[in-house]
Design a protein around this ligand. Structure first.
Ligand code: GTB
Length: 216
């Protein structure tokens, strides 16, 4: 059955790979699943056709036969549960990999997203200089302990898993703030994720879209 995902027609990052379709593309590449991409224009996001797929009018979505899914975490989990490669076979190890996937989304991503919102959208506010260090401290709270936990391991819990895929995807959003560089082991962990062939294919595919739509 054909898999179709949605992505921005014009990603606000211009192809830096930070939009959440990339983690879905990456999971599909890691598990060897071919997929199609339907690009959604900004003005179409909140129109009925797209809202029928995504109740909040966002990307990414995932369609396969009569299944339509939204939420990047749910989509990645669906992919890795159905196709081998990113979840361990042993039940306990599988549960732990899924815990890391949720930790990336629920524990690490929120302060990172808050930081990028502050830096991108609140720079001109009179309270920016006061707020920024507070939000940076919330990111540091998470990164300090994540870095300690990772130590000098290659991945979070044994072989590369869906948990690592999601954690690397989330940490990538912190890089432009400079905060990732405060943690050399996390920066190296992210670099190992980016060096995977499947990530490179996912990144190149979204870059090609953005290069094309920027010029067209
Ligand atoms: N919880 C949902 C999920 O994980 O799937 C969140 C989905 C979401 O935030 N989608 C964003 C979207 O559709 C795109 S990824 N936004 C349009 C809208 O809400 O109308 C978030 C994102 C956007 C831009 C950058 N960037 O420019 O760097 C990075 C990430």
């Amino acid at each position: 059955m054909t898999i179709t995902i949605t992505a921005f027609e014009h990603s606000p990052d211009g192809g830096k790979g930070l939009a959440r379709d990339v983690r879905v593309r990456w999971a599909l590449e890691e598990t060897g699943q071919p997929y199609k991409v339907r690009l959604v224009a900004n003005q179409a996001m909140k129109q009925p056709a797209h809202l029928a797929l995504h109740p909040f009018g966002q990307i990414p979505t995932y369609e396969e036969g009569n299944l339509a899914l939204f939420e990047s975490g749910a989509i990645v989990l669906h992919i890795v549960e159905r196709h081998a490669g990113l979840l361990p076979h042993h039940a306990n190890a599988k549960a732990r990999a899924i815990a890391w996937l949720f930790a990336a989304l629920n524990t690490v991503e929120p302060p990172i997203v808050e930081l990028s919102t502050v830096m991108l959208e609140e720079r001109d506010k009179p309270w920016y200089a006061e707020r920024l260090p507070l939000v940076q401290a919330r990111v540091r709270d998470r990164l300090d302990l994540l870095a300690t936990r990772l130590g000098d391991a290659e991945w979070l819990d044994g072989p590369f898993s869906a948990g690592d895929l999601m954690m690397v995807s989330v940490l990538l959003r912190a890089r432009s703030s400079g905060m990732l560089d405060e943690y050399p082991n996390l920066a190296a962990y992210v670099a190992r994720g980016e060096a995977r062939q499947a990530y490179r294919r996912a990144f190149a595919a979204q870059l090609a879209v953005n290069a094309r739509t920027a010029s067209g």
